[in-house]
Design a protein around this ligand. Structure first.
Ligand SMILES: Cc1cc2nc3c(=O)[nH]c(=O)nc-3n(C[C@H](O)[C@H](O)[C@H](O)COP(=O)(O)OP(=O)(O)OC[C@H]3O[C@@H](n4cnc5c(N)ncnc54)[C@H](O)[C@@H]3O)c2cc1C
Length: 452
């Protein structure tokens, strides 16, 4: 790539680079690393005093508390390649084999989800009537409404019960969202594509299964997902400036001028890799059509880490965790068995649980104080996990805007992003409000934008 190569213009004290990346979350870091490997001079400006954005764990009293994401599911060769290039593939920790077992709540107990079609048929997670209804799925014709919600889609193809018992809890776990409002083609594009490509989810899943194994690895690193961020940032060395919030972005001629608390910078290309609100505020002054991005619905979430002496929890915790259907009347959205998933998450003879409150259907949960949050989660989990001791450790993280929701009108926001990039060549917008919220999606989108 041709460019300015870190020229310092001494007259104006403006440092020039090929590319400036605003935001050092995993999206921005993946783009920065890819651009650097292609020979561009990059500068990453990050508001926080650490890289990783939401992917950030802290160790407190011997417990590793992930503030945001807990696991990275690698399911694309592109993400595998990126991790290999960053030297992160071999150092990754695979989740415990127990993680394949996922629980839901039925009749006041944790029930393992079936892991094969045969065990699904014999399990009681949905009724025989609902199973018979599933048999009709391959014969149901495709939908044509681009704004079909996830709930409408699942009801149409699979019926009410799978929506309530399986898809609803899954959506709480991933989006903290409301299936009645999420638009299926944006929120779960792979599911939507199965219908569009194969005419049926069941037929599509069988065909994909036959086409051979794809990459699939559920991982983290010894320091948690901070290890991912640190590994992506390591080759960038001093090209990452921390505590450098960008205050304004302007385009003048072919040049973007970026004003941050750590100085002014210029580049021929800028990647805005922040959350939706920050992106809207930075870009709207020269492209007002992007302003509605600031209003994208965002699920609030509280992450409650609880530590117990091992003997204080009678459940074997032999799984990934539990998802809880909203129909159960239980406030806790779900719980991860964090100390089962990866080693070194809790002090010896102790366990770490990570529970979630809030989401689009319970925004008020975030107004609870710490004691009320802990009480709620402990009360909810006590009968499910056989808790007999008070937590010996607690740590709470509040996210007023945890996860952007791809709801009705999302396409308009995506269109505005494309128009902004068209009108201002060199401008790129990336982040979890666009193209997927999972870490895997953010890494893949960052890598892709960094290698056009
Ligand atoms: C509680 C929680 C649990 C989750 N669990 C999972 C999970 O288990 N698995 C999974 O795959 N995904 C999970 N996710 C989703 C995933 O973590 C996020 O979608 C992803 O990390 C977003 O990455 P990003 O780089 O796009 O944005 P962010 O991580 O938000 O990074 C954006 C960065 O931009 C910086 N920034 C903002 N404004 C400015 C500015 N003006 N100047 C400079 N810098 C700025 C921010 O400080 C931040 O570092 C979870 C998210 C949350 C909140």
């Amino acid at each position: 790539m041709e460019g300015w190569r870190d020229v310092i213009n001494t007259d104006e004290k403006i440092m020039k680079h090929d590319v400036i990346i605003i935001g050092a979350g995993v999206s921005g870091l993946a783009a920065a690393l890819t651009l650097k490997k292609r020979g561009a001079s990059v500068l990453v400006l990050e508001a926080n005093d650490h890289v990783g954005g939401a992917a950030h764990g802290v160790r407190v009293d011997g417990y590793l508390c992930e503030r945001g994401p807990n696991t990275l599911m690698v399911s694309s060769p592109e993400v595998e390649t990126l991790l290999r290039k960053a030297g992160l593939w071999d150092s990754a920790l695979d989740a415990s084999p127990h993680a394949r077992k996922r629980f839901v709540v039925q009749d006041g107990c944790l029930v393992a989800l079936p892991d094969s079609p045969l065990s699904f048929l014999t399990s009681g997670v949905i009724s025989w009537g609902a199973k018979l209804r599933l048999m009709r799925e391959p014969f149901i014709s495709g939908g044509c409404d681009d704004d079909e919600t996830l709930a409408q889609f699942v009801r149409r193809r699979l019926g009410d019960e799978p929506l309530r018992e399986l898809v609803g809890p899954f959506v709480s776990g991933v989006y903290a969202g409301d299936p009645e409002r999420l638009i299926v083609r944006h929120a779960l594009p792979r599911l939507h594509r199965l219908e569009r490509t194969h005419g049926s989810l069941i037929r599509g899943a069988i065909k994909l299964g036959r086409s051979g194994p794809s990459v699939r690895r559920l991982i983290s690193w010894p320091p948690g997902l901070s290890g991912l961020a640190a590994g992506l940032a390591a080759p960038l060395e001093d090209e990452v400036k921390l505590s450098a919030p960008v205050e304004s972005l302007k385009k003048s001629g072919n040049v973007f001028r970026v004003v941050s608390r750590q100085g002014e910078f210029e580049a021929s290309s800028v990647f805005v890799a922040t959350d939706a609100v920050a992106a809207a505020r930075l870009v709207a002054p020269f492209f007002p059509e992007i302003a509605p991005l600031e209003q994208i619905p965002q699920a609030p979430m509280a992450v409650i880490h609880l530590g117990f002496p091992r003997a204080g929890v009678s459940h074997p915790l032999d799984g990934f965790g539990a998802l809880i259907s909203r129909a159960r009347g239980i406030r806790t959205l779900g719980v991860l068995f964090s100390s089962t998933l990866f080693p070194g998450r809790a002090p010896e003879n102790h366990v770490l649980l990570t529970a979630f409150l809030g989401g689009m259907l319970d925004r008020e949960a975030l107004t609870l104080d710490d004691a009320a949050m802990v009480r709620t989660v402990v009360n909810d989990l006590t009968p499910l996990l056989g808790i007999t001791a008070a937590p010996s450790f607690q740590n709470i993280v509040r996210w007023p805007r945890a996860i952007p929701q791809y709801e009705r009108g999302h396409q308009l926001l995506l269109d505005a992003c494309v128009r902004a990039e068209g009108e201002f060549p060199g401008l790129h917008l990336l982040g979890n409000y666009r193209g997927g919220i999972s870490l895997g999606d953010c890494l893949e989108n960052g890598r892709m934008l960094g290698s056009p």
